[in-house]
Design a protein around this ligand. Sequence first.
Ligand SMILES: *Cc1c(COP(=O)(O)O)cnc(C)c1O
Length: 352
Amino acid sequence: MSRFWSPIVHTLSPYVAGEQPQISGLVKLNTNESPYGPSPHATAAIAAANGDALRLYPEPTGIHLRKAVAATYWLDAGEVFVGNGSDEVLAHVFQGLLNHELPLLYPDITYSFYPTYCRLYGIKSVLVPLDEGFEIRLEDYRQPCGAIIIANPNAPTGIAKPLDWIEALVAEHPDQVVVIDEAYVDFGAETAIPLVKKYPNLLVVHTLSKSRGLAGLRVGFAVGQRHLIDALERVKDSFNSYPLDRLAQAGAVAAWQDKEWFERHRDMIIATRERLTVALQGLGFEVLPSAANFVFARHPGHPGGELAAALRAKAILVRHFNKPRISDFLRISIGTDAETDKLLTALGEILG
Ligand SMILES: *Cc1c(COP(=O)(O)O)cnc(C)c1O
């Protein structure tokens, strides 16, 4: 606290990211990074972009990346917005599209950056409880609202909704923007991007941090009709004209275009997830059905906080949320097969 702070700073409750400790030999399964890293084409493109040209500002709109993403979905580059990680894209979405007279609706258990943005921008919101099975129910969103945001698959549950469910949600709210945060969609859900042509109220947000192995490069994007993208561009150009630097733009385009690398490593992560799920069940865990690059699991005999601490003592980091309804759970990112074996061995020892 300081008397020099602007009044709003006193009211903020900043997002708490998973820790990034600098400990060698650590098995790091706490922030849903890819265990495999980016395409070698991406690192080569970044190396090639590293040079004298760095004295020049980058292209301000990320046009090459926007074109590459648009081409994948048969869209126009004007229907794609790019930003410095999808967190920045989401920040502009909250400020530019989700702040209305009526409240924003989102699930009580979801990405914890959403309430953080609501505080930052003074957005009224109503948290809609997930049902007992941690599912989002369509009927619960049939209430007056200014906008809706949902992560699909949801985080930290990992549970995905099918595309016809998403379409029903979007179709039921023609006068509200519906944002689908698809940070984990590549690991087992179906993207809503093809619905963008049909629904002027749909915005879909993606990141290259998870399935493209580029959390360190900070690249995300949003897809929607022109009028929604225009709002994001207006906010962006009132904030930072050059959100994606030259290295990020070069690396992101190359990563996006390396379909073979992307699919191979995505499939490896899905296979490891399925193996981990079965093994955790064998150790007595209840594991929610995951369509993401993590699992959300609880053990009937051991609270989540206790297990997370015991794993940490064995140099294995997982995420525990000390929050109502989910404090029994661990969120475990999918690592390599070797990391998964270390995790399972450690859990076997801890559970005796
Ligand atoms: C990881 C994550 C993001 C943010 O990703 P960036 O690294 O900022 O691109 C957004 N939404 C959800 C649900 C996430 O889990």
